[in-house]
Design a protein around this ligand. Structure first.
Ligand code: AMP
Length: 284
């Protein structure tokens, strides 16, 4: 595995791979790798000649009161986890990615304002901008994202179409801990008690699926029940619970054939997100 820190070096290598008709699979991450990230990297390994993983904690996608400074980092462990699976680990510095005069941003209108966009104002502009830059540096044929960040995947899909990136987007299922908690780099911030309480997110999603299976389709009713359920945990505070259309991310009043149930919940000071697709029977 080759560790590269300079944009120009990686771009040149990527162009070389293209000339040799080698396919490039790309997995962008913020590091502190876990099984969720590794599931994407393994899939990329299976489907491409060359696998490139990036680790970059992107300052532009964090708000002023968010956890950029304390975001978990463990480069040594990340290198040892990715070494057997990838060809190139790209770890650019902040200065490489955002030189002083940097002034161009990619904003995906509409989609960025729903769900997490309500409480994290410029977050998705930061995400779209860094992903756009990374696509231009890595020149991938296939890119791998997790359904864990469902809204992010929808926004990137829109950007790929709108800006005519010639690549395929693959969105892979959420990898969970044994008790159902979605794997996340931020889980490390949870105290022992908070870690136990955090399973409430998954339990809430599961209970919503049961409600829908039992023909409860009214979004407000489902959301109210989940809110009550989550508020029983002392350490949990709901940021949002929403039932939305999977493609527009706009709220829907009634669960039709398929809908996305997405939530963000603070457990202690840690903001966790999770989601599930609700499927109603006998619906078109
Ligand atoms: P991050 O490092 O958190 O920015 O995540 C990098 C990529 O890994 C994103 O596409 C995430 O959606 C994906 N990812 C993070 N957690 C999980 C998970 N538990 N299961 C599947 N994919 C995940």
């Amino acid at each position: 595995m080759n560790i590269i820190k300079k944009i120009s070096v990686l771009q040149k290598l990527a162009l070389g791979f293209k000339q040799k008709r080698k396919t490039i699979g790309f997995v962008p991450t913020m590091g502190f790798l876990h099984e969720g990230h590794l599931s994407l990297i393994r899939k990329a390994r299976k489907e491409n000649d060359i696998v490139i993983v990036s680790i970059f904690v992107n300052p532009v996608q964090f708000g002023p009161n968010e956890d950029f400074k304390i975001y978990p980092r463990n480069i040594k462990k990340d290198i040892s986890l990715s070494r057997p699976l990838c060809d190139i680990l790209f770890m650019p510095s902040r200065e490489q990615m955002y030189p002083k005069e940097f002034s161009t941003f990619a904003r995906v209108k509409g989609l960025s304002d729903h769900l997490c966009g309500c409480s994290r104002k410029n977050h998705f502009t930061g995400v779209a901008t860094v992903v756009c830059k990374l696509f231009n540096i890595v020149l991938p044929d296939n890119v791998y994202f997790g359904q864990k960040d469902f809204q992010q995947a929808v926004i990137i899909a829109r950007m790929i179409k709108d800006l005519n990136f010639a690549l395929h987007l693959k969105v892979l299922p959420i990898v969970r801990e044994k008790d159902g908690l979605a794997m996340s780099s931020r889980n490390v911030f949870l105290s022992r008690q908070e870690r136990k309480d955090a399973v409430v997110l998954f339990q809430a999603l599961k209970s919503a699926q049961r409600l829908v299976a039992n023909n409860v389709k009214d979004s407000a009713k489902i959301i109210k029940m989940l809110q009550d359920f989550i508020s029983h945990k002392e350490s949990a505070r709901v940021d949002y619970i929403k039932i939305v259309d999977k493609t527009t991310l706009e709220s829907i009043k009634r669960v039709g054939k398929e809908a996305l149930l997405a939530l963000a919940v603070y457990v202690g000071n840690v903001r966790l997100i999770d989601n599930v697709v609700l499927k109603a029977k006998n619906e078109k």
